[in-house]
Design a protein around this ligand. Structure first.
Ligand code: FPP
Length: 251
């Protein structure tokens, strides 16, 4: 994974990740049936994607279904799976219109073969679009991601392709999901909770964190613009001192 550490400060984040929380509370507040808040959540994504394209964000990763979400009531899991399939179908013409590459991260083996095929097809059809990349995390967990990367490295050690001593941040970082993408610069969680919920643990090591009480279906590009503005004002030190950063800035 390439890192933004040490590079010139940028006002615009390259990679934004969003935990889209608050759909069920939105549903309750609007008298919807259980699960229907997710439908509103699906539609809230479109203006955010458009704003990110306009703002020249390189990659937007959204958390649609976590490794732990499998424990929700079966009817809600089934609805979410249907919605994910619908989201992909609805997004395809939009990907073409805006030139957005669609990718997925997560443990695909847990998903139905139909959904897996739909995901692979969407990835293949959009592979050459380069205005932005939209990543949808499905059946994803940060701990699964790191463990899966470790498993692949362990296989290389076992087959003699890699020395155990060569296992370090760089080699492990080459096997985590989105290893070819910039690290997460901004991690946003809507819905008023202050948790990472096992999202992009490795990739967000130096992300700036943003929390808002706004429920995901109510989250707008105006609020995102305010957060990006604040992002530009934060000093990212990546473990260095403030003085080192200021000297580095003036070079
Ligand atoms: C968290 O809200 C949200 C989810 C578990 C699912 C997010 C899924 C969507 C927005 C569906 C469409 C998919 C895309 C890619 C846009 P919650 O149910 O935990 O809400 P709560 O905190 O109010 O209970």
């Amino acid at each position: 994974m390439s890192s933004t550490a040490g590079s010139a400060p940028t006002l615009i984040p390259r990679h934004i990740a969003i935990i889209m929380d608050g759909n069920n509370r939105y549903g309750k507040a609007h008298g919807l049936r259980r699960g229907e808040g997710h439908l509103a959540g699906k539609d809230a994504l479109d203006p955010i994607v458009e704003y990110c394209v306009e703002t020249k964000i390189e990659i937007l990763t959204v958390f649609a279904f976590s490794s732990e979400n499998w424990q929700r009531p079966p009817s809600e899991v089934a609805l979410l799976m249907q919605l994910l399939s619908l989201t992909i179908t609805e997004q395809m013409p939009r990907m073409k219109k805006y030139g957005i590459r669609l990718r997925f991260i997560g443990d695909r083996q847990q998903l139905s073969s139909e959904l897996q095929e739909q995901m692979a097809d969407a990835e293949a059809k959009t592979a050459n679009y380069n205005a932005m990349t939209l990543v949808i995390a499905i059946s994803y967990g940060g701990q699964w991601d790191i463990a899966y990367a470790a498993q692949q490295l362990a296989e290389r050690v076992q087959s003699g392709q890699l020395q155990a001593e060569a296992v370090d941040e760089t080699s492990l970082g080459q096997y985590v999901q989105l290893a070819d993408a910039p690290a997460v610069d901004m991690l946003i969680r809507t819905g008023g909770e202050y948790r990472l919920s096992n999202f992009l643990l490795w990739q967000s090591a130096y992300a700036e964190l943003f929390f808002t009480p706004t429920l995901w279906p109510n989250f707008t590009s105006t609020e995102l613009a305010q957060m990006i503005d604040e992002f530009g004002k934060r000093q990212r030190r990546f473990g260095k001192t403030s003085e080192q950063i200021i000297v580095g800035d003036s070079l």
